[in-house]
Design a protein around this ligand. Structure first.
Ligand code: NAD
Length: 469
């Protein structure tokens, strides 16, 4: 299979060119290196019709057969790891080794969901027999972002298809290529119409969320767009799952071993150039260990290579797209203009969307770098003394996605974790997500659940058969 050219949509099991084309930019060079199809409204209608036509047979297929096909998709994705990872680096920016983990992660999700079977409940009395089982919804509209384009798309594909739904999937216009290639790979395995992949600009997302042919929208992206998606869904009461933004706090207690945790905390904040929904975005550090951790983090920032992810030795790549780059630069300018102390890492190359790793030294709690989700390599480090006070500060956010606690006293860590108002809290680790564990944003970080049995059941509805005896 050719990964350098031939980027086509998948509609009804066929490769289809767009009505037009959109440019795809390599963020390490800021140059256009490929084009992706621009889906027309009529082509979207075709994709929805293909998914609707495929639904009855896919739903009726014995679950073991569906699971076997999903497993085959996982194996095929794994088999194309190298080629996809190289393409991933060019369109997304992340260094190739880390890109491989994303492809393998996507495959792992498919494998895991190919083993999940929804429960059936039986209730029997002398007078009746009640069966509650779960049935799929129909055609799912899946929309994914540019920071983890393959992995987050696979979260949706794995669960929705395992549940017996069919799908039209739209990746971000900034990162369409790998997902188009995944569509091409799966085209050889799945019945036509079960998974359709379309690409285009943001307006394609608007057409999709208002399209009457979908039964459910599964969306991952910003909170601002998530609200528009929910509004669009209300018109015909489409089911929605929204995985949205976050401003995750990490709390570092005074008993930690700084040498042991500094690297982990650094990459919990800056992996993927800090473009992670669940990255540490506010780092609260006890005053006893504040300077020690700050100096270690700045030391790591100065030692690592930031550059083109295709080059040997690069640890962090560019910001993924120009729009995000300008947003992060503006936030950095605001921090400078506000007189905050910025501690920066290694120099970055010219030409692409590069921003040096920046640690903001104890800014006021109400500064923009603390209050806003930067989604770029600017990390505010904040001093604290009292646990109750720091938990209150961590929780004073409209977001509630994830967070972390670092302490040698694991029970104390768990106690703090339970008081945090977020869907996931890690203790002495970071960024660990598994297909079997529910992932649910609290507050304005989301609506509904992905992953785990809860995530599978979000793509289904209960159906009760109640029989008189
Ligand atoms: P975004 O909201 O701009 O775009 C996400 C997707 O929605 C893209 O595919 C885009 O084309 C589409 N879209 C844009 N406008 C739309 C509209 N009006 N209707 C329907 N679709 C539309 O988000 P982004 O910039 O691609 O991603 C970054 C954001 O995603 C960050 O806030 C990050 O925290 C969040 N995110 C959340 C999770 C999570 O699981 N909670 C994971 C990754 C990223």
């Amino acid at each position: 299979m050719d990964f350098e050219t031939g980027y086509q949509m998948t509609i009804g099991g066929r490769g289809v060119d767009g009505a037009g084309r959109i440019d795809v930019v390599n963020p390490a060079t800021a140059e256009v290196f490929a084009q992706a199809p621009d889906c027309s409204r009529a082509q979207l209608d075709e994709a929805v019709a293909a998914a609707q036509a495929a639904f009855p047979a896919w739903k009726a297929m014995p679950i073991e057969e569906r699971q076997a096909l999903i497993r085959k998709c996982g194996e095929a994705l794994m088999g194309h790891t190298e080629a996809l990872a190289r393409l991933f680096t060019r369109e997304q920016g992340r260094p190739t080794d880390a890109a491989k983990q994303e492809i393998q992660g996507g495959a792992a999700w498919l494998m895991a969901f190919s083993q999940m079977t929804p429960p059936v409940h039986l209730e029997e009395t002398d007078t009746r027999w009640i069966e509650t089982r779960y049935v799929p919804l129909g055609v799912v509209c899946a929309i994914s972002p540019w920071n983890f384009p393959v992995m987050l798309s696979m979260w949706k594909v794995a669960a929705a298809l395992a549940a017996g739904n069919t799908m039209v999937l739209k990746p971000s216009p900034f990162t369409p290529l790998c997902v188009l290639k995944v569509g091409e790979i799966f085209r050889q395995i799945l019945p036509p119409g079960v998974l359709n992949v379309v690409t285009g600009g943001d307006e394609l997302g608007v057409w999709m969320t208002s399209h009457p042919g979908f039964a459910k929208i599964s969306f991952t992206g910003s909170t601002a767009t998530g609200k528009k998606v929910m509004e669009a869904a209300a018109k015909d009461l489409k089911r929605v799952t929204l995985e949205l933004g976050g401003n995750d706090a990490a709390i570092v207690m005074p008993d930690v071993d700084l040498d042991e945790i500094a690297q982990k905390i650094f990459f919990g904040a800056f992996f993927n150039t800090a473009q992670i929904c669940v990255a540490t975005k506010r780092l609260y550090v006890h005053e006893d260990v504040y300077e020690g951790l700050r100096d270690r983090l700045v030391g790591i920032a100065k030692a690592i290579k930031v550059g083109d992810g295709a080059e040997q030795g690069t640890v962090l790549g560019p910001i993924q797209n120009k729009r995000q780059y300008e947003r992060v630069l503006e936030l950095l300018e605001d921090a400078k203009a506000s007189g905050l102390t910025l501690l920066q890492g290694a120099d970055v190359p010219d030409g692409g969307y590069f921003i040096p790793v920046t640690i903001v030294d104890n800014p006021p709690e109400d500064s923009r770098v603390v209050q806003e989700e930067a989604f770029g390599p600017i990390l505010p480090m904040l001093r604290f003394r009292d646990v109750d006070e720091v938990i209150a500060r961590a929780n004073a956010s409209e977001y509630g996605l994830a967070g972390a606690v670092w302490s040698k006293d694991v029970q104390a860590g768990i106690d703090i974790a339970r008081r945090m108002e977020t869907g996931t809290i890690w203790v002495n680790q970071n960024l660990e997500l598994t297909p079997g564990t529910p992932f649910a944003g609290h507050k304005q970080s989301g609506f509904g659940v992905e992953n785990g049995m809860e995530g599978l059941l979000e793509f289904m509805v209960p159906q009760v058969v109640n029989v008189a005896r």
